[in-house]
Design a protein around this ligand. Structure first.
Ligand code: GLY
Length: 383
C-alpha cells in the first residue's frame, strides 16, 4: 500500500484544487485523486460570474460567506497570477441584473435597498436610462440593478492556474483514478480504495462535486445531486455588451477574444451530459428577449456541467459528523467559482487545526444527519 500522508483530496475541480493549494502552502503533503481529468466537469462549464450581490436575495449567513469570498478575489488572484505567471481572465466588469416585469423590478429594488444598508454599491437604473447604460438591451425592460463590485473570471483559466500553483507547491495529482470507497477503521478514516490500489493518509477531504454523495452509503451519505446546466458559447463583436447581464433564467457573460457565454439551463437530468435542444432553445429565446442582437451572432460550442446541489442548496463544509479526519467541501451548487477562495482558505485552516477565519459551522454536514430533507426546487434564485 502506498502511504500518502498527510491529506488525500478526492476531486480536482476548483474546490479541490483550491484546498490542495492552501494546504500545500501550509506545508502539508497533499495527494489529489481525480476520477477523470483535472477540472473537466462543472469547473470547466461555469460562466465564472462572481455574483455575491446579484445571486443572493437575503442578508443571511450564506450571503456573508459569498461576500467574504468575493472580497478575497482581487488579492487572491494577484498572488496566484504572480505565482504562475498566467492570466485568469479576472475582470472587474460589474453585473447588471435586468428586470423583465414590474414584479422583478420591485424585488430587485428591495434587494438594492438592503444591500445599500450593508454599505454595498447597488444602483437602480430606471427603464428609460437602460439604453444609455447598456445599449444592446431590448427596449421593453422594467429596469435594472447595477452591482459594480460583482466581477467575473474565466473559470477554466482559473482552474489551470490553481493546478499549476498546486503542482509548484508539491501537490501530487493522479488523473483517471476513481475512488471506489473510503477506508474507515474504528470510526476514523485511514485512506481510500481506488482502481490503482489503496492510498493511505491522515485526513481525507471529499471535494468531488456532484459525485460526492457516492462515497458513503445509507444514512451516512451526504445528499448531493447533479443539476445540469447548459451554457452556449457565441462569438460577438468587440464591446457587444459592457456588463454581465443577469436575469431570471438567463445570463450573458462577455469574455475575452469575442466570446460570449449564454447560460444556463437548470435541469434535473441526472448525470446525462449530452446537450439537449429544448433547453438551449428556451435559453436562446430568453437571451434574445434581453439582447435582440444575440440572434445574429455566430454559434460556438455548448458546455454542459453538473451543479452539485444539496437539499437546502447550501454547501457542505467541515468535518464529518461521525468519521474522524474525514472532511467535506462540496455542494456549492450555483456558487462554486465564487466560493473557491474562501473554501480553500477555511478548509485548509480547519484541517491543520487552526481556527477558520470565517465561521462556517452552519454549513457543516451534521445538518443532514438522520434527516430526510425535502429537496428545494433547483433554480431557486438564491445561491
Ligand atoms: N451561477 C450560475 C449558474 O449556476 O448557472
Amino acid at each position: 500500500m502506498k502511504h500518502h500522508g498527510n491529506v488525500i483530496i478526492i476531486g480536482s475541480g476548483l474546490i479541490g484544487l483550491s484546498v490542495a493549494r492552501e494546504l500545500a502552502g501550509l506545508g502539508l503533503h497533499v495527494t489529489l485523486l481525480e476520477r477523470g481529468r483535472v477540472g473537466h466537469e462543472a469547473s470547466r462549464a461555469a460562466a465564472g460570474m462572481l455574483a455575491a450581490q446579484a445571486e443572493c436575495d437575503q442578508p443571511d449567513a450564506f450571503f456573508q460567506l459569498a461576500l467574504k469570498s468575493r472580497n478575497m478575489y482581487p488579492d487572491w488572484i494577484r498572488e496566484l497570477e504572480q505565482e504562475v505567471q498566467t492570466s485568469t481572465g479576472y475582470r472587474q466588469s460589474g453585473i447588471l441584473l435586468v428586470a423583465t416585469n414590474e414584479h422583478e423590478a420591485r424585488t430587485y429594488e428591495q434587494r438594492a435597498a438592503w444591500q445599500r444598508e450593508w454599505g454595498l454599491r447597488a444602483e437602480w437604473i430606471e427603464p428609460a436610462e437602460l439604453a444609455a447604460f447598456e445599449p444592446g438591451l431590448a427596449a421593453n425592460l422594467a429596469g435594472g440593478l447595477h452591482v459594480p463590485d460583482d466581477h467575473q473570471i474565466d473559470s477554466w483559466r482559473l482552474c489551470q492556474a490553481l493546478w499549476q500553483s498546486a503542482v509548484i507547491r508539491g501537490v501530487e495529482v493522479h488523473e483517471n483514478c476513481p475512488v471506489h470507497s473510503l477506508r474507515i477503521e474504528n470510526g476514523r478514516v485511514r485512506g481510500v480504495r481506488t482502481v490503482h490500489g489503496d492510498f493511505s493518509a491522515e485526513h481525507v477531504l471529499v471535494a468531488a462535486g456532484s459525485w460526492s454523495g457516492q462515497l458513503l452509503s445509507g444514512e451516512r451519505t451526504i445528499p448531493v445531486r447533479p443539476v445540469r446546466g447548459q451554457v452556449l458559447e457565441a462569438y460577438a463583436p468587440p464591446n457587444f455588451l459592457k456588463h454581465v447581464i443577469f436575469s431570471e433564467g438567463c445570463y450573458l457573460v462577455p469574455k475575452s477574444e469575442g466570446r460570449l457565454l449564454i447560460g444556463a439551463t437548470v435541469e434535473e437530468a441526472g448525470f446525462v451530459k449530452e446537450a439537449e435542444l429544448g433547453g438551449l432553445r428556451r435559453l436562446l429565446e430568453r437571451a434574445a428577449a434581453l439582447v435582440p442582437e444575440v440572434d445574429r451572432l455566430r454559434a460556438g460550442p455548448v458546455h454542459v456541467g453538473f451543479r452539485p446541489a444539496t437539499p437546502d442548496l447550501r454547501p457542505v463544509l467541515g468535518p464529518d459528523a461521525t468519521v474522524e479526519n474525514l472532511w467535506w467541501a462540496c455542494g456549492h451548487y450555483r456558487n462554486g467559482v465564487l466560493l473557491t477562495p474562501v473554501t480553500g482558505k477555511v478548509m485548509a485552516q480547519w484541517i491543520v487545526g487552526q481556527t477558520p477565519e470565517v465561521n462556517i459551522q452552519l454549513f457543516g454536514p451534521q445538518r443532514f444527519l438522520n434527516q430526510q430533507q425535502k429537496p428545494a426546487a433547483a433554480g431557486s434564485p438564491t445561491g
